[in-house]
Design a protein around this ligand. Structure first.
Ligand code: KG4
Ligand code: ZN
Length: 329
């Protein structure tokens, strides 16, 4: 069974075709980074218009790459939320139209659940239960995955998402947008021990706070204008990574699970990847890290989630709207 999925929740337009839930036949992405960069962040109106322009060429490209026709597709899916309302509507309307015209099921997918399914694309044999860190530009949460479709949020950020903190720190330092990959590159050439920054709420449960850490970076730079940007980036990244890993493994131990999964855009971060792998080795926990291209927003993960959802719950009604504030559980 082939599922074609569209992702348009934020600033990436993506289309993918996935066979039997786990085989990626094609996955194409058009990033809007260049359009939003002059504004230092995503401009919702620009995002919606760019999705509208990109969706048709991307559909053709995805079909061509997979060597299939629209007639061969068994279900059409789209991210229904959370995300920017005007951006979500573009993907949802396109998927519903295709479902209607070709008389096939429509599946509206939760973007967070899509991120979780990236782990299944990475490792098709992955079995729940496991503890997952979903860490992106809009959200940071620890999810107890008792089964695919059965989620309990164990911890979440009380202020900024981790990716948002990376982006804001980069913007403050005049490094460009999006900040995550830039800080990642700079940190690789810095000393993480030269700039010692706070680890907010480190010893306190499973929730996160990144706003104070961001402010600490700003203050440090104001007080030490000569600090090497590489060392500041490395110090910031080390603090964020320390908190993310500590809390994920604390939750894993409390649940007596033997597997952790790390997904979402920030899961592409080299420091986070190295640190979680190292700590899992010490604690004898299995770590499933999605490849970088599956961590950042893509439609293959949405197609995989749609396949699972279709099998569990059946199609989504065509009257279901886009849901900008959709939550995971
Ligand atoms: O999952 P994603 O593509 O979109 C959302 O659902 O938000 O995540 C985007 C976020 C951005 O904040 C971006 O700066 C961050 O992921 N990011 C990274 C890296 N690559 C992307 N953060 C740290 N290091 C990276 N290598
Ligand atoms: Zn995302």
């Amino acid at each position: 069974m082939l599922v074609l999925a569209i992702e348009s929740s934020c600033d990436e337009t993506a289309v993918a075709i996935v066979r039997d839930a786990t085989v990626v036949c094609s996955s194409v992405i058009s990033s809007q980074v260049q359009l939003h960069a002059p504004f230092g962040g995503v401009v919702p109106e620009i995002a919606s218009r760019a999705h509208l322009e990109q969706i048709q060429p991307l559909l053709s490209e995805a079909l061509r790459e997979a060597s299939v026709e629209l007639d061969d597709i068994g279900a059409f899916a789209a991210t229904e939320g959370p995300g920017l309302a005007g951006a979500l509507i573009v993907g949802v309307a396109a998927a519903k139209t295709l479902a209607l015209v070709f008389d096939k099921p429509y599946v509206g997918v939760n973007h967070h659940e899509g991120h979780l399914y990236a782990a299944l694309l990475q490792e098709p044999q992955l079995l729940a239960p496991f503890m997952a860190l979903v860490v992106s530009g809009g959200h940071t949460m620890i999810v107890d995955v008792r089964a695919f479709g059965d989620y309990r949020i164990v911890g979440r950020t009380v202020d900024d998402a981790a990716g948002e903190a990376f982006d804001k720190v980069a913007r403050f330092c005049g490094l460009g947008y999006p900040g995550g990959p830039i800080i990642d590159r700079l940190a690789a050439n810095g000393d993480p021990n030269l700039v010692r920054l706070p680890r907010p709420m480190l010893n306190d449960g499973y929730d996160f706070s990144f706003s104070g850490l961001k402010t600490a970076v700003v203050r440090f730079k104001q007080d030490n204008p000569g600090v090497a940007i590489e060392d500041l980036a490395a110090g910031f990244q080390a603090a964020a990574v320390d908190v993310l890993c500590t809390k994920l493994l604390r939750a894993t131990e409390a649940a007596s699970y033997d597997t952790v999964v790390v997904v979402g855009g920030v899961a592409a971060n080299s420091g986070l990847r190295q640190e979680i792998v190292a700590r899992c080795e010490v604690t004898d926990v299995r770590c499933v890290l999605a490849d970088r291209h599956l961590c950042t927003d893509n439609a293959a993960m949405i197609a995989a989630a749609a396949s699972g959802q279709l099998a569990r719950l059946g199609p989504t009604d065509l009257s279901a709207p886009a849901r900008p504030g959709l939550r995971l559980s």
